[in-house]
Write a protein that binds this ligand. Structure first.
Ligand SMILES: [Fe+2]
Length: 254
């Protein structure tokens, strides 16, 4: 793990993380039939999942908790904290192998979200009884589509991702489902197509999941950027994580 050979290795390489064995064949037909939704219970290699768990513990003390009555209760850590304290997770987000696999699934070119998007990669912590998120879409504020990738990190809970497929399709009946996302498991969907929620955590349980956001066009109109930042500040990461980072980026030499 350490030593001279690792002196110039990235956090990803230094941790012995490789993504050469992602599941094949790529299930693009399943994704299409399910209205731009896919789940794979065993997706990541075990050593990669282990690094996600280690990264989660590295940022645990920096969780920002939120409570929006009737909609959401839980903790979050934004990309800005992950960049500083769990860089292997940031590197997994940019993994060419991972992105290529996802592009094959959805049939579109995927781009990382811009550096000022705190949601580009983030950890969600369900640690107190009642932690949950209500029914919603992962609405794209971008000019193009927004795809969400969820990766299971820790799950000692009864929480389920409940979803409804085809809600925005004229001709296809709605299909409802519920799944657990085990450590290393994957869920991938078009944010504007999947109606979904996470059911409430019970006492004595805990759950952590990782979200990656990819876009097909990273342009965003200024008003939408403002609305998106306000939503992220109130519902997820707090004003300090969202707006102090923006100020730092504006001050930085370009
Ligand atoms: Fe969501």
């Amino acid at each position: 793990m350490s030593g001279a050979l690792d002196a110039h290795a990235s956090p990803f390489e230094a941790a012995g993380m490789t993504l050469t064995d992602l599941p094949l064949p790529v299930p693009q037909e399943t994704f299409r039939q399910q209205g731009a939704f896919l789940s794979v219970a065993q997706f990541l290699p075990a050593n990669v999942t282990a690094q996600l768990i280690a990264g989660t513990h590295a940022v645990w003390s920096m969780v920002n908790r939120n409570y929006l009555p009737g909609h959401k209760q839980g903790g979050s850590v934004s990309r800005h904290v992950i960049d500083q304290f769990a860089p292997a997770i940031a590197e997994l987000y940019r993994s060419p192998q991972l992105i290529h696999w996802l592009e094959q699934v959805c049939g579109e070119r995927l781009l990382p979200s811009p550096v000022d998007d705190p949601h580009a990669y983030a950890l969600y912590f369900y640690t107190l009884p009642g932690d949950h998120i209500g029914w919603h879409y992962d609405t794209s504020y971008y000019e193009g589509r927004r795809y969400t990738l969820l990766l299971g990190v820790l799950d000692d809970s009864s929480c389920r991702l409940e979803y409804r497929l085809h809600t925005r399709s004229q001709n296809t009946p709605v299909v409802a489902g519920a799944i657990q996302i085990p450590p290393g498991g994957l869920v991938f969907f078009d944010g504007d197509q999947l109606h979904h929620r996470i059911t409430p955590l019970r006492a004595g349980e805990q759950r952590v999941s990782l979200t990656f956001e990819y876009v097909t066009n990273p342009q965003m109109r200024p008003l939408r950027r403002f609305i998106s930042n306000m939503k992220d500040a109130v519902a997820y990461f707090g004003f300090r994580q969202v707006f102090s980072q923006l100020r730092a980026q504006r001050r930085a030499p370009r």
